[in-house]
Design a protein around this ligand. Structure first.
Ligand code: HEM
Length: 526
Protein backbone atom coordinates (compact mmCIF):
# COMPACT_ATOMS: atom_id res chain seq x y z
CA UNK A 1 0.00 0.00 0.00
CA UNK A 2 1.64 3.28 -1.04
CA UNK A 3 0.97 6.84 0.08
CA UNK A 4 -0.19 7.69 -3.41
CA UNK A 5 -2.90 5.03 -3.13
CA UNK A 6 -3.89 6.22 0.36
CA UNK A 7 -4.62 9.59 -1.10
CA UNK A 8 -7.10 8.16 -3.56
CA UNK A 9 -8.90 5.73 -1.31
CA UNK A 10 -12.51 5.12 -2.26
CA UNK A 11 -14.01 6.89 0.70
CA UNK A 12 -17.44 5.97 -0.48
CA UNK A 13 -16.67 2.36 0.32
CA UNK A 14 -15.76 3.38 3.85
CA UNK A 15 -19.00 5.27 4.25
CA UNK A 16 -20.92 2.20 3.15
CA UNK A 17 -19.07 0.03 5.64
CA UNK A 18 -19.85 2.59 8.32
CA UNK A 19 -23.54 2.60 7.53
CA UNK A 20 -23.75 -1.21 7.39
CA UNK A 21 -22.44 -1.32 10.92
CA UNK A 22 -24.47 1.58 12.28
CA UNK A 23 -26.22 -0.50 14.87
CA UNK A 24 -22.97 -1.90 16.09
CA UNK A 25 -21.44 1.57 16.35
CA UNK A 26 -24.38 2.91 18.30
CA UNK A 27 -24.33 0.10 20.80
CA UNK A 28 -20.59 0.54 21.29
CA UNK A 29 -21.05 4.22 21.86
CA UNK A 30 -23.76 4.12 24.40
CA UNK A 31 -23.02 0.96 26.29
CA UNK A 32 -21.40 2.81 29.22
CA UNK A 33 -23.64 5.11 31.24
CA UNK A 34 -20.75 7.04 32.86
CA UNK A 35 -19.37 7.79 29.44
CA UNK A 36 -22.77 8.72 28.05
CA UNK A 37 -23.10 11.27 30.88
CA UNK A 38 -19.77 12.85 29.90
CA UNK A 39 -20.78 13.20 26.27
CA UNK A 40 -24.08 14.74 27.37
CA UNK A 41 -22.29 17.43 29.40
CA UNK A 42 -19.97 18.51 26.61
CA UNK A 43 -20.59 20.49 23.47
CA UNK A 44 -20.00 19.02 20.03
CA UNK A 45 -19.21 20.93 16.86
CA UNK A 46 -20.64 20.41 13.40
CA UNK A 47 -22.91 17.51 14.42
CA UNK A 48 -26.57 18.27 13.66
CA UNK A 49 -28.76 17.77 16.72
CA UNK A 50 -31.40 16.05 14.60
CA UNK A 51 -31.50 13.94 11.47
CA UNK A 52 -31.12 10.27 10.76
CA UNK A 53 -28.04 8.84 12.40
CA UNK A 54 -26.46 12.28 12.57
CA UNK A 55 -23.89 11.12 15.09
CA UNK A 56 -22.91 8.04 13.11
CA UNK A 57 -22.64 10.12 9.98
CA UNK A 58 -20.35 12.49 11.88
CA UNK A 59 -18.13 9.58 12.94
CA UNK A 60 -17.89 8.24 9.39
CA UNK A 61 -17.47 11.77 8.00
CA UNK A 62 -14.62 12.45 10.43
CA UNK A 63 -12.28 10.71 7.97
CA UNK A 64 -12.42 13.85 5.85
CA UNK A 65 -13.76 16.50 8.21
CA UNK A 66 -11.88 16.00 11.46
CA UNK A 67 -9.39 18.78 10.73
CA UNK A 68 -12.12 21.36 10.10
CA UNK A 69 -14.16 20.16 13.09
CA UNK A 70 -11.15 20.40 15.41
CA UNK A 71 -10.32 23.91 14.24
CA UNK A 72 -13.97 24.99 14.63
CA UNK A 73 -14.23 23.45 18.10
CA UNK A 74 -10.99 25.10 19.16
CA UNK A 75 -12.16 28.53 17.99
CA UNK A 76 -15.72 28.33 19.32
CA UNK A 77 -15.32 26.33 22.52
CA UNK A 78 -11.70 26.03 23.71
CA UNK A 79 -10.82 29.66 23.03
CA UNK A 80 -14.08 31.40 23.80
CA UNK A 81 -15.20 29.30 26.79
CA UNK A 82 -11.96 27.60 27.87
CA UNK A 83 -13.88 24.32 27.87
CA UNK A 84 -13.30 20.90 26.31
CA UNK A 85 -15.47 19.67 23.45
CA UNK A 86 -16.46 16.35 21.91
CA UNK A 87 -14.95 15.35 18.59
CA UNK A 88 -16.46 12.45 16.65
CA UNK A 89 -13.69 10.29 15.21
CA UNK A 90 -13.41 6.99 13.43
CA UNK A 91 -10.12 6.43 15.28
CA UNK A 92 -12.01 5.30 18.38
CA UNK A 93 -15.19 4.55 16.45
CA UNK A 94 -16.92 7.12 18.65
CA UNK A 95 -15.54 10.29 20.13
CA UNK A 96 -12.61 11.84 21.93
CA UNK A 97 -12.64 14.79 24.29
CA UNK A 98 -10.55 17.70 22.99
CA UNK A 99 -8.99 19.66 25.84
CA UNK A 100 -8.21 23.40 25.89
CA UNK A 101 -4.56 24.51 26.32
CA UNK A 102 -5.28 25.47 29.95
CA UNK A 103 -5.40 21.72 30.75
CA UNK A 104 -1.94 20.91 29.34
CA UNK A 105 -0.80 20.36 32.93
CA UNK A 106 -2.70 17.02 32.83
CA UNK A 107 0.22 15.68 30.78
CA UNK A 108 2.25 15.74 33.99
CA UNK A 109 -0.08 13.36 35.83
CA UNK A 110 1.37 9.91 36.72
CA UNK A 111 0.86 7.06 34.24
CA UNK A 112 -1.20 5.22 36.86
CA UNK A 113 -3.88 7.93 36.45
CA UNK A 114 -3.54 9.16 32.88
CA UNK A 115 -1.62 7.39 30.17
CA UNK A 116 -0.98 7.96 26.48
CA UNK A 117 0.50 4.53 25.92
CA UNK A 118 -2.58 2.62 24.74
CA UNK A 119 -3.47 5.47 22.39
CA UNK A 120 0.02 5.39 20.88
CA UNK A 121 -0.29 1.65 20.25
CA UNK A 122 -3.68 2.25 18.61
CA UNK A 123 -2.48 5.24 16.59
CA UNK A 124 0.18 3.15 14.90
CA UNK A 125 -2.09 0.06 14.99
CA UNK A 126 0.86 -1.92 16.29
CA UNK A 127 -0.98 -5.21 16.96
CA UNK A 128 -1.49 -5.56 13.21
CA UNK A 129 2.01 -4.43 12.33
CA UNK A 130 4.16 -6.30 14.88
CA UNK A 131 3.39 -9.92 15.78
CA UNK A 132 5.47 -9.99 18.98
CA UNK A 133 3.44 -7.97 21.53
CA UNK A 134 6.41 -7.79 23.85
CA UNK A 135 8.07 -5.31 21.46
CA UNK A 136 5.46 -2.62 22.10
CA UNK A 137 4.18 -3.63 25.51
CA UNK A 138 7.61 -3.81 27.10
CA UNK A 139 9.43 -0.88 25.52
CA UNK A 140 12.98 -1.56 26.70
CA UNK A 141 14.25 0.39 23.68
CA UNK A 142 12.41 3.51 24.91
CA UNK A 143 14.14 3.16 28.29
CA UNK A 144 17.50 3.13 26.52
CA UNK A 145 16.61 6.34 24.67
CA UNK A 146 15.46 8.04 27.86
CA UNK A 147 18.71 7.05 29.57
CA UNK A 148 21.22 7.78 26.81
CA UNK A 149 19.86 10.17 24.20
CA UNK A 150 18.98 12.78 26.80
CA UNK A 151 22.62 13.22 27.87
CA UNK A 152 24.50 16.18 26.42
CA UNK A 153 27.79 14.27 26.14
CA UNK A 154 26.13 11.42 24.23
CA UNK A 155 24.45 13.84 21.82
CA UNK A 156 27.80 15.60 21.42
CA UNK A 157 29.57 12.30 20.73
CA UNK A 158 27.15 11.57 17.86
CA UNK A 159 27.58 14.90 16.04
CA UNK A 160 30.67 13.92 14.06
CA UNK A 161 29.13 10.58 13.08
CA UNK A 162 25.89 12.08 11.75
CA UNK A 163 27.80 14.90 9.99
CA UNK A 164 29.87 12.28 8.18
CA UNK A 165 26.85 10.15 7.28
CA UNK A 166 24.83 13.15 6.10
CA UNK A 167 27.71 14.10 3.77
CA UNK A 168 27.97 10.57 2.32
CA UNK A 169 24.18 10.35 2.01
CA UNK A 170 23.85 13.63 0.09
CA UNK A 171 26.73 12.83 -2.25
CA UNK A 172 25.31 9.40 -3.05
CA UNK A 173 21.62 10.23 -3.04
CA UNK A 174 21.35 13.86 -4.21
CA UNK A 175 24.54 13.60 -6.26
CA UNK A 176 27.31 16.04 -7.07
CA UNK A 177 26.26 17.09 -10.56
CA UNK A 178 26.12 20.82 -11.17
CA UNK A 179 23.23 20.39 -13.62
CA UNK A 180 19.63 20.47 -12.49
CA UNK A 181 17.96 17.11 -11.78
CA UNK A 182 14.30 16.69 -10.83
CA UNK A 183 13.58 14.26 -8.01
CA UNK A 184 10.73 13.33 -5.70
CA UNK A 185 11.22 15.58 -2.66
CA UNK A 186 9.68 13.21 -0.12
CA UNK A 187 11.82 10.25 -1.19
CA UNK A 188 14.98 12.35 -1.61
CA UNK A 189 14.71 13.74 1.93
CA UNK A 190 13.71 10.34 3.33
CA UNK A 191 16.86 8.74 1.91
CA UNK A 192 19.11 11.19 3.78
CA UNK A 193 17.37 10.64 7.09
CA UNK A 194 17.27 6.86 6.63
CA UNK A 195 21.04 6.81 6.30
CA UNK A 196 21.65 9.03 9.31
CA UNK A 197 19.19 6.96 11.38
CA UNK A 198 20.69 3.60 10.49
CA UNK A 199 24.20 4.88 11.19
CA UNK A 200 23.18 5.78 14.73
CA UNK A 201 21.20 2.60 15.26
CA UNK A 202 23.61 -0.04 14.01
CA UNK A 203 26.80 1.73 12.91
CA UNK A 204 29.15 0.83 10.09
CA UNK A 205 29.29 -1.19 7.89
CA UNK A 206 25.71 -2.52 7.75
CA UNK A 207 24.18 0.95 7.89
CA UNK A 208 25.45 1.53 4.34
CA UNK A 209 23.98 -1.67 2.95
CA UNK A 210 21.90 -0.42 0.02
CA UNK A 211 19.38 -3.23 0.35
CA UNK A 212 18.79 -2.56 4.07
CA UNK A 213 18.53 1.18 3.47
CA UNK A 214 15.88 0.79 0.79
CA UNK A 215 13.92 -1.93 2.60
CA UNK A 216 13.90 0.13 5.84
CA UNK A 217 12.59 3.18 4.03
CA UNK A 218 9.90 1.12 2.29
CA UNK A 219 9.03 -0.53 5.60
CA UNK A 220 8.55 2.82 7.33
CA UNK A 221 6.42 4.13 4.45
CA UNK A 222 4.24 1.01 4.22
CA UNK A 223 3.78 0.84 7.98
CA UNK A 224 2.48 4.38 8.23
CA UNK A 225 0.36 4.07 5.08
CA UNK A 226 -1.24 0.84 6.40
CA UNK A 227 -1.77 2.47 9.76
CA UNK A 228 -3.47 5.51 8.22
CA UNK A 229 -5.95 3.25 6.42
CA UNK A 230 -6.67 0.97 9.37
CA UNK A 231 -7.41 4.05 11.48
CA UNK A 232 -10.09 5.05 8.96
CA UNK A 233 -11.98 1.79 9.39
CA UNK A 234 -14.57 1.23 12.11
CA UNK A 235 -12.77 -0.50 15.03
CA UNK A 236 -14.87 -3.67 14.75
CA UNK A 237 -13.89 -4.07 11.08
CA UNK A 238 -10.18 -3.75 11.85
CA UNK A 239 -9.66 -7.33 13.12
CA UNK A 240 -11.19 -8.58 9.86
CA UNK A 241 -8.99 -6.65 7.44
CA UNK A 242 -6.20 -5.15 9.59
CA UNK A 243 -3.86 -8.09 9.04
CA UNK A 244 -4.45 -7.91 5.31
CA UNK A 245 -3.66 -4.20 5.21
CA UNK A 246 -0.49 -4.89 7.20
CA UNK A 247 0.83 -7.36 4.61
CA UNK A 248 3.08 -4.86 2.75
CA UNK A 249 4.61 -3.64 6.05
CA UNK A 250 5.10 -7.23 7.26
CA UNK A 251 6.75 -8.09 3.94
CA UNK A 252 9.35 -5.32 4.23
CA UNK A 253 9.71 -6.06 7.94
CA UNK A 254 10.67 -9.68 7.14
CA UNK A 255 13.17 -8.53 4.52
CA UNK A 256 14.82 -6.12 6.97
CA UNK A 257 14.85 -8.82 9.66
CA UNK A 258 16.68 -11.20 7.34
CA UNK A 259 19.47 -8.64 6.93
CA UNK A 260 19.55 -7.51 10.54
CA UNK A 261 19.42 -10.77 12.52
CA UNK A 262 22.87 -12.19 11.53
CA UNK A 263 24.40 -8.79 12.29
CA UNK A 264 22.72 -8.63 15.71
CA UNK A 265 23.91 -12.19 16.46
CA UNK A 266 27.46 -11.14 15.72
CA UNK A 267 27.21 -8.06 17.92
CA UNK A 268 25.76 -10.12 20.81
CA UNK A 269 28.68 -12.56 20.48
CA UNK A 270 31.14 -9.65 20.52
CA UNK A 271 29.44 -8.17 23.54
CA UNK A 272 29.59 -11.51 25.38
CA UNK A 273 33.29 -11.79 24.63
CA UNK A 274 33.73 -8.16 25.72
CA UNK A 275 35.16 -7.22 22.39
CA UNK A 276 32.77 -4.39 21.60
CA UNK A 277 35.35 -2.38 19.66
CA UNK A 278 34.62 1.30 19.40
CA UNK A 279 30.94 1.09 18.50
CA UNK A 280 28.99 4.11 19.64
CA UNK A 281 25.55 3.20 18.42
CA UNK A 282 22.13 2.35 19.71
CA UNK A 283 22.61 -1.42 19.35
CA UNK A 284 25.63 -1.19 21.63
CA UNK A 285 23.51 0.45 24.33
CA UNK A 286 20.54 -1.86 23.78
CA UNK A 287 22.28 -5.24 24.15
CA UNK A 288 23.27 -4.89 27.85
CA UNK A 289 19.85 -3.47 28.69
CA UNK A 290 18.17 -6.50 27.06
CA UNK A 291 20.54 -8.87 28.84
CA UNK A 292 19.58 -7.25 32.13
CA UNK A 293 15.88 -7.71 31.34
CA UNK A 294 16.22 -11.50 30.95
CA UNK A 295 17.66 -14.11 28.57
CA UNK A 296 14.55 -14.09 26.35
CA UNK A 297 15.23 -10.42 25.60
CA UNK A 298 18.64 -11.31 24.16
CA UNK A 299 16.94 -13.24 21.36
CA UNK A 300 18.48 -11.70 18.15
CA UNK A 301 15.13 -11.63 16.35
CA UNK A 302 13.59 -9.65 19.17
CA UNK A 303 16.48 -7.18 19.30
CA UNK A 304 16.33 -6.77 15.53
CA UNK A 305 12.59 -6.04 15.83
CA UNK A 306 13.25 -3.39 18.48
CA UNK A 307 15.80 -1.79 16.15
CA UNK A 308 13.29 -1.83 13.33
CA UNK A 309 10.56 -0.32 15.49
CA UNK A 310 12.87 2.54 16.37
CA UNK A 311 14.23 2.90 12.88
CA UNK A 312 10.71 3.39 11.61
CA UNK A 313 10.16 6.17 14.15
CA UNK A 314 13.42 7.79 13.09
CA UNK A 315 12.75 7.50 9.38
CA UNK A 316 9.12 8.55 9.34
CA UNK A 317 9.09 11.26 12.00
CA UNK A 318 12.49 12.75 11.18
CA UNK A 319 11.97 12.32 7.44
CA UNK A 320 8.62 14.11 7.75
CA UNK A 321 10.19 17.07 9.53
CA UNK A 322 13.21 17.28 7.25
CA UNK A 323 11.13 17.04 4.06
CA UNK A 324 8.77 19.76 5.28
CA UNK A 325 11.63 22.01 6.36
CA UNK A 326 13.03 21.84 2.82
CA UNK A 327 9.62 22.27 1.17
CA UNK A 328 8.49 25.11 3.46
CA UNK A 329 11.78 26.97 3.09
CA UNK A 330 12.25 26.62 -0.66
CA UNK A 331 8.52 26.93 -1.31
CA UNK A 332 8.32 30.38 0.36
CA UNK A 333 7.29 33.37 -1.79
CA UNK A 334 10.31 34.61 -3.75
CA UNK A 335 11.10 37.72 -1.72
CA UNK A 336 11.04 36.05 1.66
CA UNK A 337 12.80 32.97 0.29
CA UNK A 338 15.72 35.11 -0.85
CA UNK A 339 15.90 36.82 2.53
CA UNK A 340 15.78 33.47 4.38
CA UNK A 341 18.33 31.73 2.17
CA UNK A 342 20.77 34.65 2.30
CA UNK A 343 20.50 34.81 6.10
CA UNK A 344 20.74 31.06 6.57
CA UNK A 345 23.69 30.67 4.23
CA UNK A 346 25.56 33.49 5.94
CA UNK A 347 25.02 31.84 9.33
CA UNK A 348 26.01 28.36 8.10
CA UNK A 349 29.20 29.71 6.49
CA UNK A 350 30.15 31.78 9.54
CA UNK A 351 29.60 28.91 12.00
CA UNK A 352 31.21 26.34 9.73
CA UNK A 353 34.32 28.50 9.29
CA UNK A 354 34.58 29.19 13.02
CA UNK A 355 34.18 25.52 14.01
CA UNK A 356 35.90 23.93 10.98
CA UNK A 357 32.67 22.28 9.85
CA UNK A 358 29.37 21.36 11.48
CA UNK A 359 30.51 18.16 13.13
CA UNK A 360 30.47 19.26 16.75
CA UNK A 361 27.56 19.90 19.09
CA UNK A 362 28.96 23.37 19.80
CA UNK A 363 28.84 24.26 16.10
CA UNK A 364 25.34 22.89 15.52
CA UNK A 365 24.08 24.60 18.69
CA UNK A 366 25.20 27.95 17.22
CA UNK A 367 22.95 27.57 14.15
CA UNK A 368 20.14 29.65 15.61
CA UNK A 369 18.55 30.67 12.32
CA UNK A 370 18.55 27.07 11.07
CA UNK A 371 17.06 26.03 14.42
CA UNK A 372 14.31 28.63 14.03
CA UNK A 373 13.55 27.59 10.43
CA UNK A 374 13.00 23.96 11.44
CA UNK A 375 10.93 24.88 14.51
CA UNK A 376 8.82 27.13 12.30
CA UNK A 377 8.32 24.32 9.80
CA UNK A 378 7.26 21.94 12.59
CA UNK A 379 4.82 24.58 13.83
CA UNK A 380 3.19 25.14 10.46
CA UNK A 381 3.49 21.62 9.02
CA UNK A 382 2.19 19.46 11.83
CA UNK A 383 2.00 15.70 11.40
CA UNK A 384 -1.38 15.50 13.12
CA UNK A 385 -4.39 17.69 13.85
CA UNK A 386 -4.69 16.57 17.47
CA UNK A 387 -2.10 14.70 19.51
CA UNK A 388 -0.78 14.02 23.01
CA UNK A 389 -3.58 11.59 23.87
CA UNK A 390 -4.48 10.70 27.43
CA UNK A 391 -6.62 7.77 28.58
CA UNK A 392 -8.09 7.76 32.07
CA UNK A 393 -6.63 4.68 33.69
CA UNK A 394 -7.96 4.93 37.24
CA UNK A 395 -10.37 7.12 39.15
CA UNK A 396 -12.04 10.04 37.45
CA UNK A 397 -10.36 13.16 36.14
CA UNK A 398 -11.88 16.45 37.18
CA UNK A 399 -11.80 18.93 34.27
CA UNK A 400 -13.64 21.65 36.21
CA UNK A 401 -17.16 22.97 35.52
CA UNK A 402 -18.59 19.72 36.95
CA UNK A 403 -17.02 17.62 34.18
CA UNK A 404 -15.54 14.34 35.42
CA UNK A 405 -13.95 11.98 32.93
CA UNK A 406 -14.26 8.25 33.74
CA UNK A 407 -11.94 5.45 32.58
CA UNK A 408 -12.42 4.45 28.97
CA UNK A 409 -12.67 8.03 27.67
CA UNK A 410 -9.82 9.30 25.54
CA UNK A 411 -8.70 12.92 25.64
CA UNK A 412 -6.43 14.73 23.16
CA UNK A 413 -5.03 18.21 22.66
CA UNK A 414 -5.77 20.37 19.58
CA UNK A 415 -2.10 20.79 18.74
CA UNK A 416 -2.47 22.00 15.15
CA UNK A 417 -5.04 24.72 16.04
CA UNK A 418 -2.78 25.81 18.92
CA UNK A 419 0.20 26.06 16.55
CA UNK A 420 -1.89 28.14 14.13
CA UNK A 421 -3.51 30.37 16.75
CA UNK A 422 -2.83 34.09 16.01
CA UNK A 423 -2.82 34.77 19.77
CA UNK A 424 0.35 32.70 20.02
CA UNK A 425 1.96 33.39 16.65
CA UNK A 426 1.46 36.54 14.60
CA UNK A 427 0.37 35.82 11.00
CA UNK A 428 0.24 32.13 11.89
CA UNK A 429 -0.26 30.80 8.35
CA UNK A 430 2.91 32.48 7.13
CA UNK A 431 6.14 30.45 7.15
CA UNK A 432 8.56 32.88 8.76
CA UNK A 433 11.90 31.08 8.98
CA UNK A 434 13.34 33.58 11.47
CA UNK A 435 10.26 33.81 13.70
CA UNK A 436 12.10 32.37 16.70
CA UNK A 437 15.58 33.79 16.06
CA UNK A 438 14.97 37.35 14.82
CA UNK A 439 14.65 39.10 18.15
CA UNK A 440 17.95 37.66 19.38
CA UNK A 441 20.01 38.75 16.34
CA UNK A 442 23.14 40.55 17.44
CA UNK A 443 22.55 39.86 21.13
CA UNK A 444 25.25 38.23 23.19
CA UNK A 445 24.37 35.19 25.31
CA UNK A 446 25.00 37.39 28.34
CA UNK A 447 22.28 39.81 27.15
CA UNK A 448 19.66 37.04 27.28
CA UNK A 449 17.78 35.54 30.17
CA UNK A 450 18.50 31.79 30.56
CA UNK A 451 15.87 29.85 28.62
CA UNK A 452 14.49 33.02 27.01
CA UNK A 453 15.26 31.82 23.51
CA UNK A 454 12.70 29.40 22.09
CA UNK A 455 14.84 26.67 20.58
CA UNK A 456 13.72 23.75 18.45
CA UNK A 457 13.92 21.53 21.52
CA UNK A 458 11.99 23.89 23.83
CA UNK A 459 8.54 22.51 24.58
CA UNK A 460 6.16 25.33 25.45
CA UNK A 461 2.39 25.72 25.72
CA UNK A 462 2.30 27.11 22.19
CA UNK A 463 4.77 24.66 20.61
CA UNK A 464 3.80 21.05 21.22
CA UNK A 465 5.40 19.25 18.29
CA UNK A 466 7.73 17.37 20.66
CA UNK A 467 5.06 16.87 23.31
CA UNK A 468 4.82 18.58 26.65
CA UNK A 469 5.55 17.81 30.27
CA UNK A 470 6.69 14.43 31.57
CA UNK A 471 6.32 12.68 28.25
CA UNK A 472 8.07 15.23 26.09
CA UNK A 473 10.05 13.48 23.36
CA UNK A 474 13.38 12.29 24.80
CA UNK A 475 14.80 11.95 21.27
CA UNK A 476 14.40 15.63 20.44
CA UNK A 477 17.98 16.79 21.11
CA UNK A 478 19.31 14.14 18.77
CA UNK A 479 16.55 14.87 16.23
CA UNK A 480 17.28 18.61 16.33
CA UNK A 481 21.03 18.15 15.96
CA UNK A 482 20.73 15.79 13.00
CA UNK A 483 18.03 17.67 11.08
CA UNK A 484 19.94 20.93 11.59
CA UNK A 485 23.04 19.30 10.12
CA UNK A 486 21.02 18.00 7.16
CA UNK A 487 19.28 21.31 6.43
CA UNK A 488 22.53 23.27 6.80
CA UNK A 489 24.09 20.84 4.34
CA UNK A 490 21.37 21.57 1.78
CA UNK A 491 21.73 25.33 2.28
CA UNK A 492 25.50 25.25 1.87
CA UNK A 493 25.76 22.75 -0.97
CA UNK A 494 22.65 22.72 -3.15
CA UNK A 495 20.38 24.97 -5.13
CA UNK A 496 16.83 23.76 -4.70
CA UNK A 497 13.62 24.71 -6.48
CA UNK A 498 10.14 23.39 -5.94
CA UNK A 499 8.60 22.32 -9.24
CA UNK A 500 5.31 20.78 -10.25
CA UNK A 501 1.94 21.54 -8.70
CA UNK A 502 1.86 23.67 -5.54
CA UNK A 503 1.86 21.43 -2.48
CA UNK A 504 -1.59 21.30 -0.90
CA UNK A 505 -1.72 19.63 2.48
CA UNK A 506 -4.59 17.22 3.13
CA UNK A 507 -5.80 15.54 6.30
CA UNK A 508 -6.88 11.91 6.37
CA UNK A 509 -8.66 11.50 9.69
CA UNK A 510 -6.19 12.96 12.18
CA UNK A 511 -3.09 12.67 10.04
CA UNK A 512 -1.72 15.35 7.74
CA UNK A 513 -0.71 13.26 4.75
CA UNK A 514 2.94 13.50 3.76
CA UNK A 515 3.67 15.32 0.48
CA UNK A 516 4.64 12.20 -1.41
CA UNK A 517 4.13 13.84 -4.81
CA UNK A 518 6.37 16.85 -4.16
CA UNK A 519 8.82 17.40 -6.98
CA UNK A 520 12.04 19.33 -6.46
CA UNK A 521 14.87 20.39 -8.76
CA UNK A 522 18.32 20.15 -7.26
CA UNK A 523 21.88 20.88 -8.35
CA UNK A 524 25.14 20.91 -6.43
CA UNK A 525 26.57 24.40 -5.95
CA UNK A 526 29.83 24.97 -7.73
C1 HEM B 1 10.94 14.76 14.35
C2 HEM B 1 10.87 13.62 14.95
C3 HEM B 1 10.08 13.38 16.21
C4 HEM B 1 8.98 14.00 16.68
C5 HEM B 1 8.19 15.14 16.03
C6 HEM B 1 8.64 13.39 17.95
C7 HEM B 1 7.57 13.75 18.73
C8 HEM B 1 7.23 13.14 19.91
C9 HEM B 1 6.07 13.47 20.70
C10 HEM B 1 5.04 14.52 20.35
C11 HEM B 1 6.08 12.68 21.79
C12 HEM B 1 5.06 12.70 22.93
C13 HEM B 1 3.96 11.72 22.65
C14 HEM B 1 2.84 11.83 23.66
O1 HEM B 1 2.97 12.44 24.72
O2 HEM B 1 1.77 11.29 23.34
C15 HEM B 1 7.22 11.81 21.67
C16 HEM B 1 7.53 10.84 22.57
C17 HEM B 1 8.61 10.01 22.44
N1 HEM B 1 9.59 10.09 21.46
FE1 HEM B 1 9.64 11.33 19.91
N2 HEM B 1 9.55 12.42 18.20
C18 HEM B 1 10.44 12.38 17.17
C19 HEM B 1 11.51 11.55 17.01
C20 HEM B 1 11.91 10.65 17.96
C21 HEM B 1 13.07 9.82 17.83
C22 HEM B 1 14.03 9.82 16.65
C23 HEM B 1 13.10 9.08 18.95
C24 HEM B 1 14.13 8.06 19.32
C25 HEM B 1 15.40 8.33 19.29
C26 HEM B 1 11.97 9.42 19.79
C27 HEM B 1 11.65 8.86 20.99
C28 HEM B 1 10.51 9.11 21.71
C29 HEM B 1 10.10 8.36 22.89
C30 HEM B 1 10.85 7.19 23.51
C31 HEM B 1 8.91 8.93 23.35
C32 HEM B 1 8.07 8.49 24.54
C33 HEM B 1 8.43 9.36 25.73
C34 HEM B 1 7.65 9.00 26.97
O3 HEM B 1 6.50 8.59 26.86
O4 HEM B 1 8.22 9.15 28.04
N3 HEM B 1 11.27 10.40 19.15
N4 HEM B 1 7.91 12.11 20.53
Amino acid sequence: MSWRQVDQLPLLALAIIGIIFIRRLLSTLFQDRDQAQVWAKLETVNVPSSGIFSWTRAVVGSILSIAQNTHDGYEKICKVKDRPFVLPTMWTGGAVVVLPPSLLHLLNRPDSELSGFRALVETIQLPYMISDRDIYENVIHFDVIRKTLTKKDVIGSLAATTAEEVDVAFRESWGTAEQWTTVNGWDACGRIITRAALRILIGLPLCRDEMLLEQSRLYANSLFAGTAIINCLPPFVRPLVGSLLAVPAKYYQARCQRLLVPFVEKRIRMWKESKEGDNNDFLQWLIPKCAQAGPEQLEPKKIAMRLLALNTMFIFAMGYVFAHSVLDLYGSPLESKNEFLTGLEAECKRVSTKHHGLSTKEAVDSLYRVDSAIRESMRISDVGVTSLPLDVVSGQVDLGNGIHIPPGVRMVFPTQPIHLDPDYHEYPLRFDAFRFSRKFEGLLESDQQPGERELLTSTTKSFLAFGYGRHGCPGRWFVAQTIKQALAYVILNYDVEITGKPIKRKALLNMMLPPTDAQIRIRRKS
